[in-house]
Design a protein around this ligand. Sequence first.
Ligand SMILES: *[C@@H]1O[C@H](CO)[C@@H](O)[C@H](O)[C@H]1NC(C)=O
Ligand SMILES: *[C@@H]1O[C@H](CO)[C@@H](O)[C@H](O)[C@H]1NC(C)=O
Length: 365
Amino acid sequence: LRVETILDVAKRRGIPLPAYTVEDMRRICVIHQPATLTEFLGKFAEYMHVIAGDREAIKRIAYEFVEDKAKEGVIYVEVRYSPHLLANTDVEPIPWNQEEGDLSPDEVVHLVNQGLAEGEKAYKIKARSILCCMRHMPSWSMDVVELCKKYKKNGVVAIDLAGDESLNCEAFPGHRMAYEEAARCGIHRTVHAGEVGPASVVKEAVEVLKAERVGHGYNTLKDQVLYKQLLEQNMHFEVCPISSRLTGACHPDFTEHPVITFRKDKANYSLNTDDPLIFNSNLHLDYSTAQKYMGFTEEEFKRLNINSANSSFLPEKEKKDLVNELYEAYGMIRLNGNTTNQEPTTLNSYFHSGMSMLLCVHTLN
Ligand SMILES: *[C@@H]1O[C@H](CO)[C@@H](O)[C@H](O)[C@H]1NC(C)=O
Ligand SMILES: *[C@@H]1O[C@H](CO)[C@@H](O)[C@H](O)[C@H]1NC(C)=O
């Protein structure tokens, strides 16, 4: 979400904001120092009331998102958001103190799909979406899986569960039911787990919700039995370096980040951005952080990007094409499944070659 867009839309709709210049508004929205997840979630309240319920704004944000990612060199992205948090009817309670209106979660998904599709055409990259259930709103979850089913052929590739991890699914069966339905209907599944919550949340995500990928997953390392099991299963971890520091999920010293262990253990993981507005970040910043403080090399970036592509929620054929596109871009040729390096590119040219991958943990709201 661009600050400029928030200001524009607020002006058009006559909605008051805590600030009226790009600089001031950015200062209010951005977290600079390690904070808490609660503080981070509080930032949404500064601007979500401007966007929610507004058709033009929602479509515009989806379109601009694709533009921004294309400019970061991304060729395929999975973006996630909660349709309910952008609606103002057919949602209980109506979020952000909005008056009841006529924009339903269903139409929100339709508008986001339109914005993404127009962005794809204009910027020649591929964008798919993942719809989020919210931990504190189990009554929305069945709706979310129905929307995943309805728009499965139309841009939506998976279901996610986001929010406060202290709310487990044992106590809130709405999420479990939605995930069972997702599994039954072949809807891909990811779950935010082990970000600030304990390893037990990861265990529940994998065993009860049948997650195919784990959002963040850092605290898995605190249960070595579980970690070994997930390594063996090749479970995919969606890692967001900058976010994990600023939400207080990980030690503020990047040299102690759990992804260093994931790398050493050759785990299945991707590097992603998370809420670029609030963390004032982009994919380059996440990659350069991994390079500067965590000892990531070009070889590792390539390996993890190919892994990311192979872990995407695209249909098999499209997934293969994406993986092959990366092999080609990296000058690697595949021989009977083995790869050889043709002409190694330098890290610098990698960063500018327009070939970085971004998977998921990217939110619109
Ligand atoms: C993709 O993942 C499958 C396992 O699901 C594995 O067999 C295959 O080798 C992987 N391909 C690449 C290119 O990493
Ligand atoms: C990594 O995880 C993804 C997502 O579940 C999966 O599709 C992929 O096959 C895994 N990679 C390997 C090498 O098993």
